[in-house]
Design a protein around this ligand. Sequence first.
Ligand code: SAH
Length: 344
Amino acid sequence: MRTPIIDQLDELSNWVRQQGQPAFRVRQIIKWIFENRAQSFEEMTDLPQSLRTALAEQYSLFSVRIEKHDQAQDGTEKLLVQLPDGGLVECVLLRDGDRRSICVSSQVGCAMGCVFCASGLDGIMRNLTTGEILEQMLCLQRLLPADERLSHIVMMGMGEPLANLDNVVLALHWASAENGLGISPRRITISTVGLPPAIEKLAETDSRFHLAISLHAPNDDLRNELVPVNRNIGIQPLLQAADHYFDVSGRKLTFEYVLLADINDQPEHAHELASILQGRTAILNVIPYNPVQGLPYRTPSSQAIAQFREILQSANIVVKFRQRKGDKINAACGQLRRQKVQQL
Ligand code: SAH
């Protein structure tokens, strides 16, 4: 099988040299991939024919295949992408005013086991390669007309990005590079269940990105139930790692909180949450639960949501409520893949 070129970008200079070609050919190839949205090496018309042929013999331009493409009324589009080994992942394009945000997966399945989430229901299969992460971005980019650009990336698809840190960071390097997708790191968010050693490593190696921490509970008893990996972590050590990332990166932290009816949406939860977030420069992103078929969890009533918001706001916590987009097309993590896997 030919190697996907996108997994070999760092090796490309050597290869081009071996072909007896000047170094600027690398820049041309990379521009065709990221900027010109090339679909084949043949399209790369400013390269000599011999080089185009050699590229096609050595490399594949895309290794993934779009298995399913859904579009919602609100402009949200979701792709179910099949990997070379048959694995399936999902990624989403969201349109909001001028924003063209994409939500990308980092693993096939997930090992974190959050009880309400569809992605981890069948456990973890494997990490995605850097190329497979980037190819999702390129597939989504091609859904846009030629004069529109991707503006934001959230690593909020399937999987735990910090459990696949090296590949995610390299993919985001290309996403943010001037000669890559050129998306400012300020507009790139890594969403994590919160693995302190990986947060520390990210702080040391590449702290240009926003971090969003999926808290989902204001105390360890409840978090241990909803987010089972918390049993080995604990909220306090997690908050410490988050604070350290904030210090090093200067990026505002985001905490995510999925609101589950009667489980973590009560006034006492809101008060406790306010008290642990107090004094931090952080945004709290509250996400009303998007129901997953086969799971018992429910979205809270609008009254419960409003009350939750009020308590936090009167404690001066900056709260954002994430709009639900694309629920008709199962746009929440792992739902589409699950539907497909169950059909197979
Ligand atoms: N592993 C990463 C990315 C997960 S997806 C993390 O834990 O952050 C991004 C967010 O969506 C997480 O906060 C996740 O807990 C949440 N989520 C998962 N399933 C959901 C659902 N059905 N409805 C609403 N939010 C959900």
